[in-house]
Design a protein around this ligand. Structure first.
Ligand code: GRG
Length: 298
């Protein structure tokens, strides 16, 4: 993502990503190394950037949203570490480098994921402690934490992951595939914009529009990711093995084919843009981001 605004938010997150992690005892240095290894592996920081952008869009100071932005990246990173484990996807590479369990071993990778997940809530709670005497500001923060917990939890990302795992090697209905995408991917993306909007005290209408934007963006993002995965697997494993591997997974290209998947990415992207376009210049970031993400699979 190359837009100036994206890079500015991304830089802000990069500068603070370690700052909100709890200090660890020197005896836990391996744990800390393992957590920061994955955190600093060069992710796009899409979710924290969206959180900051939503807060900014709704008139909030982006600085106030930083602990929550970093927290959502801790949660996202934990989910990737766990997803790569032998018990799940058993992947060797993530973000272009060896996966956490390949470097630190399975036990430490599990604990690093746990450490990142709990650190997210520690960071957000530590920030909330500063606002005990200001009910309005505290309420906004409590709402943000609620959104993030819901998106990451068993009514969101974890539910999607379980459904995804349970359909592996099985026929998956289109309805179930949508359920997986909405929960596994779109839920945390939606949580990011909703949390950012709440922190700025957004009204219901704006919240609803951001929500619709994020759901369309999240779905388009997942389908695009699955399309990109096909190219990656085929390149890595050769055409036959690559295509066989793809068939084991519940993905949009597998059910609908490549061309229809690309059309669906376009349709969802247009939906996302249409929600934000009435805001003209104020929503430039959101419109450009949707377009940039879709262009990855044009
Ligand atoms: C293990 C609880 C648990 C959940 C796992 C996130 C997830 C759920 C699985 C990862 C596999 C996957 C393809 C998920 C879909 C979401 C997605 C496209 C993740 C990758 O997000 P990016 O592209 O990654 O934002 P970077 O590395 O840029 O942060």
């Amino acid at each position: 993502m190359q837009s100036k605004e994206y890079l500015r938010f991304k830089e802000l997150v990069e500068e603070h990503l370690l700052y909100f992690l709890p200090e660890v005892d020197h005896k836990s240095i391996t744990l800390y190394e393992s957590m920061t290894y994955s955190l600093q592996a060069g992710g796009k920081l899409l979710r924290p950037v969206l959180l900051l952008a939503a807060c900014d869009f709704c008139g909030g100071e982006e600085k106030l949203a930083l602990p929550y932005a970093c927290a959502i990246e801790y949660i996202h990173t934990y989910s990737l570490i766990h997803d790569d484990l032998p018990a799940m996807d058993d992947d060797d590479l993530r973000r272009g480098i060896p996966t956490n369990h390949k470097v630190f071993g399975e036990a430490i990778a599990i604990l690093a994921g746990d450490g990142l997940l709990t650190s997210a809530f520690e960071a957000m709670n530590k920030d909330m402690l500063l606002y005990f005497d200001n009910t309005e500001k505290l309420k906004r923060r409590v709402r943000a934490v609620y959104e993030i917990s819901k998106g990451a939890g068993c009514r969101g990302m974890i539910a999607g992951q379980v459904a995804d795992m349970e359909t592996e090697n099985k026929q998956c209905s289109k309805e179930l595939l949508d359920y997986i995408h909405v929960n596994k991917t779109a839920a945390l993306i939606k949580a990011a914009v909703r949390a950012g909007a709440h922190l700025a005290g957004a009204d219901k209408k704006t919240l609803g529009e951001l929500d619709e934007y994020a759901e369309n963006l999240g779905l388009a993002f997942q389908i695009a990711d699955d399309i990109l995965d096909i190219d990656g697997d085929v390149e890595k494993l050769g055409k036959n093995t690559g295509v066989d591997l793809i068939k084991k997974k519940s993905t949009y290209p597998c059910l609908y084919g490549l061309e229809e998947s690309k059309l669906r990415v376009r349709e969802l992207t247009d939906n996302a843009k249409r929600v934000m376009e009435p805001y003209y210049d104020n929503a430039e970031f959101f419109v450009e981001l949707a377009e940039e993400l879709a262009n990855r699979v044009k």
